[in-house]
Ligand binder design. Structure first.
Ligand SMILES: Nc1ncnc2c1ncn2[C@@H]1O[C@H](COP(=O)(O)OP(=O)(O)OP(=O)(O)O)[C@@H](O)[C@H]1O
Ligand SMILES: [Mg+2]
Length: 260
């Protein structure tokens, strides 16, 4: 508890980057975290192959398609399990029972696996780049969230699945006109978004090229690592605050129901 899924049907929206940032930041604070690699291209597992996975972070990922003579990579902290549309709900449920946080990285589609992961989630994050095209694609993620809400609302009419957009790859120095416009549009439409943006940063990319957590990156090789760590910490703090607020709201709703 809780399970946080990263959803956007748009490829390259920043799902894996933001999921890995959240997972490694929480693990760095000592939390017991499971990161489910729900993308058949297993980007999280590939990152884990760098053997720099923090001790309190467990990666659950698909086994590689076996090739004759190929040795399975040994990844510290990684558990190889079939993660597909049929199994993802069981996998999430199992790890939610034993981890403090389950974080789910999904592929950039609107396939059944995404809907199934949403159904097991307590919070959904929709990473979006600040362009009109990306914002339109994000609305497909909102539609998946709504579809799940409608199903549950048939027997729990007040059910809501909390979610928030996070703007990714935004310019660190200036807000583009496009991003401002999309922020305003989301605000008007009542679509929740995080105040913290994940800016375009070389260090966020370098985590994948060096297969390391952000804070382990060599400051001589990669520029502005500390600024990137600050950015990732602010993102993690805000996600935690949103989740706590959502849980409190659910609690209040329950109490109001009992009282009425
Ligand atoms: N904030 C950022 N700063 C710099 N590079 C970024 C940032 N976010 C993402 N990227 C880069 O953009 C590319 C796509 O990001 P990422 O893999 O996180 O997206 P995704 O939504 O998981 O994509 P897919 O749908 O293919 O799984 C990667 O090369 C990643 O390194
Ligand atoms: Mg990805």
């Amino acid at each position: 508890m809780p399970t946080i899924s990263f959803v956007s049907p748009k490829g390259g929206a920043g799902k894996t980057t933001s999921a890995l940032l959240l997972a490694t930041q929480l693990a760095a604070r000592g939390a017991d975290v499971t990161l489910v690699d729900g993308d058949p291209n297993h980007p999280v597992r590939t990152w884990g192959e760098g053997e720099q996975v923090p001790e309190s972070l467990t990666i659950v990922s698909n086994p590689k398609p076996s090739k004759v003579g190929e040795k399975e990579a040994v990844i510290p902290g990684a558990i190889l399990r079939l993660v597909n549309s049929e199994t993802i709900r069981d996998v999430i449920e199992e790890y939610a029972a034993k981890s403090q946080f389950v974080i789910v990285d999904l592929e950039g589609t609107a396939e059944l696996i995404v809907g199934n992961a949403i159904a097991e989630s307590d919070f959904v994050i929709v990473p979006t780049q600040g362009s009109q095209l990306d914002a339109e694609q994000a609305s497909r993620a909102f539609a998946l969230i709504r579809a799940h809400e409608r199903t549950v609302q048939k027997y729990r009419p007040d059910y809501r699945l909390p979610y928030a957009v996070v703007f990714t790859r935004t310019n660190v120095a200036i807000e583009s006109r496009d991003t401002r416009f999309i922020r305003n549009t989301f605000e008007t439409a009542g679509i929740p978004f995080l105040q913290t943006e994940l800016h375009e940063r070389a260090a966020f990319k370098a985590m994948f090229s060096y297969r390391m957590p952000l804070d382990k990156l060599d400051r001589k090789e990669v520029s502005s690592v500390d600024k990137a760590v600050e950015n990732a910490e602010a993102f993690t703090r805000e996600v935690l605050t949103r989740i706590i607020e959502a849980l409190q709201q659910q609690q209040e709703q329950k109490q109001a129901k009992v009282a009425s």
